[in-house]
Design a protein. Structure first.
Length: 150
């Protein structure tokens, strides 16, 4: 019983902090924000890249494009341009998994608005924290319940 209470507490605290991350989103005025390797979405909220990857998928699941929810198609890792900030290499924390990938990569998520053939590419820097915005053409609804894997 005690384990269940601890797990529930951690889950609820995680949900609260996630909502806090997305509480003050604004629309980007830049045309290439999120769409370009040179202007990625800076979503490095946590000190662990795996948590930030989960945060990226949560963020995508709350986006719509032309009032259509998104379907996740592909995830890829692309090399980050040299002029962008990098995180220092870290030592493995547990089970041999590092908390940082040395800031050499960006994550590319390819999504399609459901019911269309439009292919959209969103670039995320999951290790660097910045002002989180909404790319042009997208809407963000924290209460939307979209399963992006459909």
């Amino acid at each position: 019983m005690r384990r269940i209470i601890i797990i529930l507490s951690v889950f609820l605290l995680g949900c609260t902090s996630t909502k806090k991350v997305f509480s003050s989103l604004e629309k980007s005025v830049e045309d290439n924000y999120g769409y370009s390797i040179n202007n990625p979405i800076l979503i490095g909220e946590f000190s662990n890249w795996q948590k930030n990857a989960d945060l990226s998928l949560f963020y995508i699941s709350k986006l719509t494009y032309n009032q259509r929810p998104l379907q996740y198609i592909l995830h890829a890792t692309v090399e980050k341009p040299m002029n962008q900030p990098r995180k220092k290499k870290s030592i493995p924390l547990r089970f041999g998994v590092p908390s940082s990938l040395e800031g050499k990569f960006l994550d590319l998520y390819v999504v399609v608005p459901i019911g269309t053939t439009d292919t959209l590419k969103l670039y995320f820097d999951e290790e660097i924290k910045g002002t989180l915005k909404i790319p042009k053409g997208f809407e963000f609804d924290i209460n939307q319940s979209n399963n992006i894997y459909r």
